[in-house]
Design a protein around this ligand. Structure first.
Ligand code: AMP
Length: 359
């Protein structure tokens, strides 16, 4: 693929904060950005050249959008695969491809794919009806986490089952949708690996952050992770194996549980830039948003070297109503331009650069 030249138009499917930060990075590299999303008001739509407001099944509008763009990407993994096919039918490249999307949209397919390339996941059983749960629970050792196969995020669509008495409530919690039941993992910590793969097949990873969740939502990501070098290297190698196997183009985040003995268990992956990589623009030579744009445009990847120890704190709900007078001078603030601070809503984040790295 010939590199996409500065001045070209990058299209982004999805209008959230990830799209907004991708748009900012693309604009800095000299691109124009068009956003396609169903919402009338959206964080990314306020930071672009043109906002195409339409449904993901509007063939005519998606076709017109694709023709107006030189390359299209996405910021949200639940874009219907059919929408990506409409775009590709116009001859405009779309990255990442349908394979990354399709696999990540279904937790059962995702786990089977990971296991198939030698990446361990929690033991799991596919649940098609509530009658499947009791025998699966027994096989998994008596405790499990029921997760909907599709459309779950930030801990939504999930319910713990710690005894057969919990089955009915858990099944009601997931609204009787097709699920997987996963064995509970007694992890020591959670990390993620941000990895980029370019349309040239070049790959790069960043130092894996240690991630702390509250109420199923990412609260803090920090580097260094505190893990031994060999564990971090093993995690990075798994992420590279995954993007190569998917033929993925762009950034991807692989979320991993670390067991007390250092073994890694993959939880899930997101085929896009990710909240746990929000510290990279401030703390690394090249951040995840710029890297994604480089990857989909067929540019050489940037240097992912880390320049600082760093901590990224999510501003969720009311915490996102920032009083500028209360900021520390060293806080690097990013707000997503959302007008209303609902509970659990990601409003922005603060990155703190800590010690400069000496190596
Ligand atoms: P997910 O939506 O799959 O990313 O899960 C949200 C959070 O729930 C994870 O970041 C973990 O903190 C926790 N979690 C998910 N799956 C498991 C599991 N199998 N065992 C223990 N904790 C889990």
């Amino acid at each position: 693929m010939t590199p996409v030249a500065p001045g070209s138009v990058i299209g982004i499917l999805g209008g959230g904060q990830l799209g907004r930060m991708l748009a900012n990075a693309a604009q800095r590299l000299g691109f124009d950005v068009d956003i396609y999303c169903p919402e009338a008001v959206a964080p990314a739509a306020r930071a672009c050249r043109r906002h195409w407001q339409g449904a993901y099944d509007d063939t005519a509008l998606l076709t017109e959008f694709a023709k107006a763009c030189d390359v299209v990407t996405l910021e949200f993994e639940n874009i219907p695969v059919a929408a990506t096919e409409i775009i590709e039918a116009t001859g405009t490249h779309l990255f990442p491809g349908a394979k990354s999307l399709a696999v990540s949209q279904d937790r059962a397919d995702e786990k089977a794919f990971l296991n198939g390339i030698g990446i361990a996941t929690a033991d799991y059983r596919v649940i098609d009806s509530d009658l499947d749960i009791a025998p699966a629970l027994l096989e998994l050792g008596g405790t499990g986490l029921l997760k909907t196969r599709r459309e779950g995020y930030d801990g939504k669509g999930q319910a713990w089952i710690r005894s057969p008495h919990d089955i009915a409530t858990a099944w009601a919690d997931v609204l009787g949708a097709p699920c997987v039941l996963e064995a509970g993992i007694a992890f020591e910590r959670e990390i993620s690996v941000l990895v980029a793969r370019s349309s040239r097949g070049e790959t790069a990873t960043w130092a894996p952050p240690h991630n702390v969740h509250r109420d199923g939502i990412l609260a803090i990501s920090s580097v260094p992770s505190g893990l031994p070098h060999d564990v971090e290297q093993a995690a990075r190698a798994q992420a590279i194996r995954l993007v190569d196997a998917l033929g993925h183009v762009g950034v991807l985040a692989l979320e991993l549980f670390v067991l007390p003995d250092g073994r890694l268990i993959a939880n899930e992956f997101a085929p896009r830039v990710h909240n746990s990589g929000h510290w990279t623009p401030e703390a690394c030579q090249t951040g995840q948003f710029e890297q994604h744009i480089r990857a989909i445009c067929g540019w050489p990847l940037g240097d992912t070297r880390r320049l600082f120890d760093a901590e990224m704190v999510n501003l969720i709900g009311e915490a996102g109503l920032v009083d500028p007078d209360k900021l520390s001078p060293g806080d690097v603030l990013t707000l997503y331009g959302k007008h209303e601070a609902r509970p659990g809503r990601k409003m922005g984040h603060i990155t703190r650069r800590l010690n400069p790295r000496k190596d």
